[in-house]
Design a protein around this ligand. Structure first.
Ligand SMILES: Cc1cc2nc3c(=O)[nH]c(=O)nc-3n(C[C@H](O)[C@H](O)[C@H](O)COP(=O)(O)OP(=O)(O)OC[C@H]3O[C@@H](n4cnc5c(N)ncnc54)[C@H](O)[C@@H]3O)c2cc1C
Length: 428
C-alpha cells in the first residue's frame, strides 16, 4: 500500500500530525497497534458517567489544546478544586507544599548547573530541619510528574513550577477522546486513512523511501514516516510490547531515546454507590463536601473527586518509583490496596467499602503493551537528546510525541499536540 506519509501511532501527536498533513493535501495512512485511537487518552462511558482511564485534565490555559477545543466546538469546564492533605490522622487544607518551600524555590531559581532534583535537595537541604521539605518534593516529583527524582532535571522542574497556574485546570465535556475523534474525523474527511490493529514491527528506510511492516504482514510504502509511539515503547526492545526495529538502525536517535526519562503510573477509578467523602467532617468541623484533591502517605497516596461535578467516582493515583515497583501487581491486588488506603483515611470498614462499589478500573499503564509507562520527564541530558530526535533522519524518518515538546507543559496532551503540529510543519 502506497502513501505520501505513514504515521505510526494514533495518539494525540500522531492524529494531530495526520490532520495537519491531510488538510495540506498529503496522502496519509495512520497505523495504530491497538483496536482504538487515543493512546494515553482513553475515555469510556459507564453508568451515565464519563470515565477517563488516561488523561483527564487540561493543565492550564494551554494554547494548542484550547484552540482545538474552540475550533471543534467542544466545551470544557473548570476542574479547579480545593486541595487537602491527610497526615497523621488529620485532614488539613494547607497548600500541597510545606515549610521552607519559598527558600527551596529561591535556591532552585539560583541554580546555575543542572543536576537531578534528588541531588539538589540532598545537597542544599540536608538534615532533620528539612525532612518534610525533602519528602514533599519527592512526593510531588514522583506523584505529579511520575518521575524518578534521582533522574529528573532540576532545571526542567523549575520551568514547570514557574509556569504552573493551579487555578486554571479544566475537564473536557464528554471526555478527552472527543478531541481526538475530531482530529481523526478531520483527517479522514481530507482523504487520510486509519488502520487499527496494525502494530508496526519493522521499518526499512533509505532517503526518500520508507516501508513499514505491520504484525499482520501487510507492508506499507511511503516517502516519509512519522514515528508517534510512546518513548517507553521506543526504550524497550521487546516487539511484544510494541517496539519497532529500524533497518538500517538509527543509532544516534536510539542513543537519544535512552537518555530521556519516562515515568510510571497507576490510575484507579472506583464508582461507589454514594460519594461518602462528601459527608465527612474534619476534627475542626470543616466539611469535605467540596473536596477536589487529597494527598496522603497511604500506599495509594493521591485521590480526587470529580468536583465541581457531583459524582460518585473516586480516582486514585500512584506515580514514579512507587508505581514502577507495582508494575507487576494484579488489578485485584491494586484494588485491595486502594480500598485499604481509603479505609485508613476515612476510617471505613473495608468490607463495607467493597460492598459499596458499583464498578472499578485499575489501569497499570506501565505494564500496558504499546504504552509502557506514564509520560516523559526531563533528565539532565534530555534537552540535547530532544534536539537530536526533533531533527529528521534524512528528511525521511521523523519522531513525534509528548516527549519531544520544548515548552513548560511537559508530559501533557498539549505537549503531544504541539509536537504533532510541529512535525507536520517540517514536512513539505
Ligand atoms: C494515567 C495518565 C494520566 C494522564 N493525565 C493527563 C492529564 O490529566 N492531562 C494531560 O495533559 N496529560 C495527561 N497524561 C499524559 C497524556 O495522556 C500524554 O502526554 C499524551 O496523551 C501522549 O500522546 P502521544 O501521542 O505522545 O502518545 P500516545 O497517546 O501514547 O500515542 C501513541 C500511540 O502509539 C501506539 N503504538 C505504540 N506502539 C505502536 C506500534 N509498534 N505500531 C503502531 N502503533 C503503536 C499506541 O497504541 C498509542 O495509541 C496522562 C497520561 C497517563 C498515562
Amino acid at each position: 500500500m502506497n502513501t505520501d506519509v505513514l504515521i505510526i501511532g494514533a495518539g494525540a501527536a500522531g492524529l494531530m500530525a495526520a490532520r495537519e498533513l491531510a488538510v495540506k493535501g498529503k496522502k496519509v495512512i495512520v497505523l495504530e497497534a491497538q483496536d482504538r485511537i487515543g493512546g494515553r487518552i482513553h475515555t469510556i462511558y459507564e453508568n451515565g458517567k464519563v470515565i477517563e482511564l488516561g488523561a483527564e485534565f487540561v493543565h492550564g490555559d494551554l494554547p494548542v489544546t484550547l484552540n482545538l477545543l474552540k475550533e471543534s466546538g467542544i466545551k470544557y469546564h473548570s476542574a479547579s478544586a480545593s486541595m487537602w492533605r491527610y497526615d497523621n490522622g488529620k485532614f488539613t487544607t494547607t497548600e500541597v507544599f510545606i515549610d521552607h518551600w519559598d527558600e527551596f524555590i529561591d535556591k532552585l531559581n539560583k541554580l546555575e548547573q543542572d543536576t537531578s532534583i534528588h541531588d539538589f535537595i540532598e545537597t542544599e537541604f540536608p538534615g532533620d530541619k528539612y525532612i518534610e521539605l525533602r519528602e514533599s518534593v519527592r512526593q510531588f516529583v514522583s506523584g505529579y510528574d511520575t518521575a524518578n527524582p534521582k533522574n529528573a532535571s532540576s532545571f526542567a522542574l523549575r520551568k514547570e513550577w514557574q509556569s504552573e497556574d493551579e487555578n486554571a485546570q479544566h475537564r473536557i465535556e464528554g471526555g478527552y477522546i472527543k478531541l481526538l475523534s475530531y482530529l481523526a474525523t478531520e483527517c479522514e474527511a481530507n482523504g487520510g486513512q486509519m488502520k487499527l490493529n496494525s502494530a508496526v514491527k519493522d521499518i526499512y528506510w533509505e532517503p526518500g523511501k520508507v516501508s513499514a511492516i505491520a504484525v499482520d504482514g501487510i507492508t506499507y510504502h511511503a516517502e516519509r514516516a512519522i514515528i508517534a509511539i510512546p518513548l517507553g515503547v521506543l526504550q524497550t526492545d521487546a516487539v511484544t510490547k510494541g517496539t519497532i526495529v529500524f533497518h538500517p538502525l538509527v543509532k544516534e536517535q536510539q542513543d537519544a531515546i535512552h537518555q530521556m526519562g519516562f515515568g510510571a503510573v497507576i490510575k484507579i477509578l472506583i464508582d461507589f454507590n454514594e460519594a461518602f467523602w462528601e459527608n465527612v467532617q474534619t476534627d475542626d468541623g470543616k466539611s469535605l463536601r467540596d473536596m477536589g484533591y487529597l494527598f496522603s502517605q497511604e500506599e495509594i497516596p493521591t485521590w480526587w473527586s470529580q468536583f465541581p461535578e457531583r459524582s460518585t467516582v473516586f480516582t486514585g493515583w500512584v506515580g514514579g518509583p512507587d508505581a514502577w515497583a507495582k508494575k507487576d501487581a494484579t488489578d485485584d491486588e491494586l484494588l485491595a490496596e486502594s480500598l485499604q488506603s481509603i479505609a485508613n483515611i476515612f476510617k471505613k470498614d473495608i468490607d463495607e467499602l467493597q460492598s459499596q462499589i458499583r464498578s472499578w478500573h485499575v489501569i497499570n499503564w506501565t505494564s500496558r503493551p504499546f504504552i509502557q509507562g506514564s509520560y516523559a520527564y526531563d533528565t539532565v541530558e534530555a534537552p540535547f537528546a530532544r534536539k537530536t530526535l526533533n531533527t529528521s533522519v534524512n528528511d525521511t524518518v521523523f519522531f513525534a510525541g509528548e516527549y519531544l515538546y520544548e515548552g513548560p507543559a511537559m508530559g501533557t496532551v498539549e505537549a503531544a499536540l504541539t509536537s504533532g503540529k510541529n512535525v507536520a510543519e517540517k514536512i513539505r
